[in-house]
Unconditional design. Structure first.
Lengths: 287, 270
């Protein structure tokens, strides 16, 4: 399968498609090798970027943006299919473009292979040469094929070097509430600048972080950190509050040491908030 | 102080690297040494659960390497033994988050603080394994008495031999042996395994149901009175400290009433 495709859109510029990569490492590798072909090639070019189904965290987005910025490319539109990636883009004040970039392709080139052929007409001696070594890269072949794990950025010190988003991308800011309809599994992490609502479970080993409240319509069994910017009135609520650890602003609470039996655990909705400097959990049911 | 950096590795997954790391670490610490357990299985961290410390993890190894926190902040002190610390892996990152040089630097730093630094390596022989052995001076290779595990252990030993200058010695632990099955020739014996691998034996750990219970409880058996796997791990720790400890007679386990009656009526041969 083609890992990366560059699709010329005669009147609209160029679409760089890294949606065919299955991991961030693969994506960065292919992106770097492709972009470095000729920096002049990219000058004054309208470039769109398609992240496809890649699940990327805020930190990983900045990694990709800095690769692109290195050769002076400022993507006009960035497409992403996954909600989690779109949220990470929002965290950088980058608006994910609406729809799928495939709509923009010249007719008859709906699959990746023909897209690459379209490219050959466009810049045969420059870009195409970068595609083939990228495909057969031995380093990429030896990588584990595990599905991408969304990395977490440390919330406590999140000073990340990030190239400024382009003017066009600056229009939309992060929404006040991000609603995710999925179960977060071990190793996945979500960080959001507003309130965070998750419809699904947060499993052990997963991390959810928000500047505002965190509401989980499901079981919280992993780690949740509300008020990451220091908001001590942030709350964490879940239908089943069984976290390994809870953090609100700078307070940390951990679950009891003695593991409870596998069956009997509280099943009523509960809310965690800071009371007198420590995290307290109360029933969410009305009195 | 300059401690010893020992990597616990196996090649194959599921043979008991993490269980062995937790138990050897606990046994070493119980005998008075200061011990750091380093979980190198970034992205698939488990050692914190085996130690029952998962709810105390705030920072992790990747945070230390990326200088987001001090090493001291990331070290989680054990609940029972004050001279035992865990440096947890990051769960939301992957093996590429650290490199060999960073690991060497980290191990050097830990060596200055602890008598023993036990590095729990991930399965496989790729980047994660290479990072794990980067700062190590000794290795403990874990295998089970199965052809697949033995072959993978053999591969790992070959890779360790190629780094003779750094890794001075490597010894073998045979895990999950079932004496009853060995007796009936349904399982490879210790001798069979040693014949293939021809390495120095550090210990033999019998299969023990208590291991499952202890994993769920977050309490390594080596820290309890357990007379089977627990004793085996305590003996391994003593051997690591340089003591001569005889290997336990595995046939003393799983002795049935029938066996005992047979033994009474069996004439003792001179």
């Amino acid at each position: 399968m083609t890992k990366i495709a560059i699709i010329s859109q005669p009147e609209q510029g160029v679409l760089i498609d890294i949606g065919g990569c299955s991991t961030l490492q693969e994506a960065t590798q292919h992106l770097t090798s492709t972009l470095q072909v000729s920096s002049q090639f990219w000058e004054n070019m309208h470039v769109d970027l398609n992240l496809g189904d890649l699940a990327l965290s805020k930190e990983e987005i900045s990694q990709i943006m800095s690769i692109v910025a290195e050769v002076g490319v400022e993507p006009r539109h960035i497409y992403a299919q996954l909600e989690i990636t779109r949220a990470s883009l929002n965290a950088h004040n980058i608006a994910a473009a609406a729809g799928s970039p495939m709509n923009l392709l010249p007719s008859g080139s709906s699959d990746r292979q023909s897209s690459v052929e379209a490219l050959e007409d466009f810049a045969p001696d420059t870009v195409q040469s970068a595609l083939s070594p990228g495909e057969a890269s031995p380093a990429a072949a030896s990588e584990s094929r595990e599905t991408i794990v969304v990395a977490v950025e440390s919330t406590i010190d999140s000073a990340l070097p990030l190239p400024a988003p382009s003017e066009a991308a600056r229009q939309v800011t992060a929404p006040a509430v991000l609603c995710l309809r999925q179960t977060l599994r071990s190793g996945q992490a979500v960080s959001h600048g507003g309130h965070l609502v998750i419809i699904g479970d947060v499993n052990p080993g997963a991390e959810v972080m928000a500047e505002g409240d965190i509401t989980i319509w499901g079981a919280l069994r992993g780690m949740a950190h509300a008020g990451i910017a220091g908001n001590t009135s942030a709350e964490i609520r879940a239908l089943k509050l069984q976290p390994i650890q809870l953090r609100i602003a700078h307070a940390i609470a951990r679950s009891p040491d003695r593991p409870q039996t596998f069956a009997a655990r509280s099943s009523a909705p509960e809310t965690a908030r800071i009371v007198n400097g420590t995290i307290r959990i109360t029933s969410s049911a009305p009195e | 102080m300059s401690g010893r950096v020992i990597v616990v590795t196996s090649g194959k997954g599921g043979v008991g690297k993490t269980t062995a790391s937790a138990n050897i670490g606990t046994a070493l610490a119980a005998s008075g040494a200061s011990v750091a357990l380093v979980d190198m299985d970034i992205g698939l961290r488990n050692l914190d659960i085996l130690m029952g410390l998962e709810n105390r993890v705030v920072y992790n190894l990747v945070d230390v390497v990326e200088e987001k926190c001090k090493l001291r902040q990331a070290l989680v002190k054990d609940k029972r033994l004050p001279n035992l610390c865990l440096l947890p892996a990051a769960q939301t990152r992957d093996k590429t988050a650290v490199n060999a040089e960073q690991m060497q630097k980290l191990c050097t730093e830990l060596k200055g603080l602890f008598d023993f630094v036990l590095v729990d390596s991930p399965a496989g022989i790729e980047g994660g394994f290479q990072n794990s052995i980067a700062g190590a001076e000794e290795a403990v290779v874990i295998t089970t008495p199965e052809m697949s595990a033995v072959r993978d252990a053999d591969r790992v030993i070959g890779l360790l031999e190629a780094r003779k200058e750094e890794i001075g010695q490597y010894r073998l632990v045979i895990n999950r042996i079932r004496p009853q099955m060995v007796k009936t020739n349904d399982m490879m014996s210790v001798e069979d395994v040693l014949e293939i691998l021809s390495v120095k034996l550090l210990g033999v750990v019998p299969e023990d149901d208590e291991i499952i219970i202890s994993t769920n409880k977050g309490e390594p058996v080596a820290g309890t009175e357990n007379p089977r796997a627990g004793l085996a791990y305590r003996n391994i720790a003593r051997r690591l400290r340089g003591e001569e400890v005889p290997f336990i007679d595995l046939n003393s386990f799983n002795v049935t009433w029938f066996d005992k009656i047979v033994k009474i009526f069996t004439p003792v041969r001179a």
